[in-house]
Design a protein around this ligand. Structure first.
Ligand code: NAD
Ligand code: UFG
Length: 340
């Protein structure tokens, strides 16, 4: 039995592959390297001692994708991470996002049906809840009202999966709604290293800490939250990765279509995260209060009781763990870049 991981050399995929190897799963990974580097294979090998099977394949290339299914007839599960994820870019290049995210999923679903691969894990996002009417968010809460094409691709794909499941009851599908992944593997060898100016808070903080950026802009301090800054549910990427292992166990019991929030259940404000980082690492993060960012919401955090009950999974790492691990990786990454 092996697991096909699409987009496996990216941030969440690479951490998940490590957890799969830790569970003695056989992994076949594909990635088109559009937002990752081939050297990730070496990093995974350094951490696990294992060289995974890898193909540089684009999920939009139906023939190349089919060849992977033909070659590995023992694949029973697919974890589909591959996709484009930058919210701002999706506003400027909507067709790229609709094409990449929707077509890669459709191509995989067609091949799953053709080759009788029944288990599918999909990387969805808390973004499908739009602007929440209340927090914490439950899986049964209303979805919709996404404010950018990226978020809309996740919403549409969830709908596609529901429709396909109605007529393919042999499929087991886990829709995992991630909240805000941060942190890095504790080895410091892999983590999040975005190209250009980071969109997300944690990579921006680590780049300020290392001196690549002068100061953080805190987008708004007038939200109806305890300190006025935005509140999110920051989940350590290793906890998130373990959530995938738990979801696969569930699928293998013939679960049908299941949906889980993967978060911590706890909201943390921008300033709380900044201060946690400073305390965890003994580094000052200069910041200024800037205007609100368009499309941002005040508060977003999960209720995670369903994943606890049905997957026997809970996030165990703290914000402080995540701050320490993100910083360790940023220092390692900067050193590696400077030695190139
Ligand atoms: P990432 O960009 O680090 O990883 C995605 C990987 O997919 C990259 O390695 C990229 O090269 C590859 N890829 C993209 N298009 C591809 C294609 N057509 N064929 C093959 N490979 C392709 O992103 P990530 O943070 O690891 O996110 C993984 C998934 O989780 C994405 O679907 C993302 O939308 C979703 N997600 C991420 C977050 C987050 O904050 N990081 C939150 C919610 C959901
Ligand atoms: N923020 C700042 N300054 C920055 C960056 C972010 O103040 O430089 C603030 C934001 O305003 C927000 C919080 O930090 O209040 C978190 O922002 P992120 O950009 O890190 O995360 P978002 O919650 O906006 O969005 C992320 C992903 C989306 C995903 C969503 C839910 O970028 O793709 O989490 O999973 F859909």
């Amino acid at each position: 039995m092996s697991i096909l991981v699409t987009g496996g050399l990216g941030y969440i995929g690479s951490h998940t592959i490590i957890e799969l190897i830790n569970q003695n799963e056989e992994v076949v990974c594909i990635d088109n390297l559009s937002n990752s580097k081939i050297t990730m294979l070496d990093q995974i090998e350094k951490i696990t001692g294992k060289r995974i099977t890898f193909y540089q394949v684009d999920c939009l290339d139906k023939d190349a994708l089919e060849n992977v299914f033909k070659k590995h007839d023992d694949i029973d599960t697919i974890i589909h991470f591959a996709g484009s994820k930058a919210v701002g870019e999706s506003v400027v290049k909507p067709l790229l996002y609709y094409e990449n995210n929707l077509m890669s999923t459709i191509n995989l679903l067609n091949l799953m049906i053709k080759y009788h691969v029944n288990n599918f894990v999909f990387s969805s996002s808390a973004t499908v809840y739009g602007n929440p009417e209340r927090v914490p968010l439950f899986e049964t809460d209303k979805i919709g009202g996404t404010t950018n094409p990226y978020g809309t691709t996740k919403l549409i794909i969830e709908g596609i999966l529901q429709d396909v499941y109605k007529v393919h009851k042999e499929l087991n599908i886990a829709i995992l709604r991630y909240f805000n992944p941060i942190g890095a593997h504790e080895s410091g060898l892999i983590g999040e290293a975005p190209n250009g100016i980071p969109n997300n808070l944690m990579p921006y903080i680590t780049q300020v800490a290392i001196g690549i950026r002068e100061k953080l802009s805190v987008f708004g301090d007038d939200y109806p939250t305890p300190d006025g800054t935005g509140v999110r549910d920051y989940i350590h990427v290793v906890d998130l990765a373990k959530g995938h292992v738990a979801a696969i166990s569930k699928l293998r019991t013939n679960s049908g279509l299941v949906i889980y929030n993967l978060g911590t259940g706890k909201g943390t404000s921008v300033l709380e995260l900044v201060h946690a980082f400073e305390e965890a690492n003994g580094v000052k993060i200069p910041y200024v209060i800037a205007p609100r960012r368009a499309g941002d919401i005040a508060e977003c955090y999960a209720n995670c009781d369903k994943a606890k009950k049905e997957l026997n999974w809970v996030a165990t790492h703290s914000i402080v763990d995540a701050c320490r691990d993100s910083w360790r990786f940023q220092q390692y990454f900067t050193k590696m870049e400077s030695e190139k």
